[in-house]
Design a protein around this ligand. Structure first.
Ligand code: ZN
Ligand code: ZN
Length: 159
């Protein structure tokens, strides 16, 4: 891509580089074309005419990120922080259904070898948040494994 945000590879070339079909490459580009930041599309499709024959020549895609003062890397960072905000703010019941939580829960269970940290039982082990402070980006020490009985007792005593 040059300084004006013009992208040279043709769809055919992009498809070859990514090892995908041209149809798939075209689909990806169409998805990119739908993304808007602050009401401005991040890529624009411009059809170029051949200067001599005036026939439609090829399509040039222009990355519009500079125009909005947002780079494509900022976009990735924004999507990441939005995802984190969602994890922090969604209802807890919904949070428990997220891929993030399922993965983390598995890691904690393994770490505690599927045993309760209080009574060492290996029945009905649940993962308990020692703190919700970092929900969505928990440290492993924020979580512990407890059997359902110890877990219930813990929450009763907290009240
Ligand atoms: Zn708990
Ligand atoms: Zn227990």
């Amino acid at each position: 891509m040059d300084g004006n945000g013009q992208c040279f590879p043709t769809q055919q070339r992009i498809a070859e580089m990514m090892g995908i079909s041209r149809t798939t490459a075209n689909k990806y580009i169409q998805q990119l074309e739908k993304i808007e930041i602050d009401g401005e599309k991040i890529i624009k499709r411009v059809k170029k005419r051949n200067m001599i024959t005036a026939a439609w020549d090829h399509t040039v895609y222009t990355i519009n990120a500079n125009a909005t003062g947002v780079s494509i890397f900022d976009l990735a960072a924004r999507q990441k922080s939005q995802k984190l905000l969602d994890l922090k703010n969604m209802p807890y019941a919904e949070y428990l259904k997220t891929a993030h939580w399922k993965k983390l829960r598995g890691t904690v269970l393994k770490r505690f070898e599927y045993r309760c940290a209080i009574c060492n039982s290996n029945e009905s082990i649940e993962v308990h948040h020692r703190t919700y402070e970092r929900r969505g980006e928990e440290r492993l020490t924020d979580l512990t494994a407890l059997c359902d009985k110890c877990h219930e007792l813990y929450h009763q005593n907290q009240r």
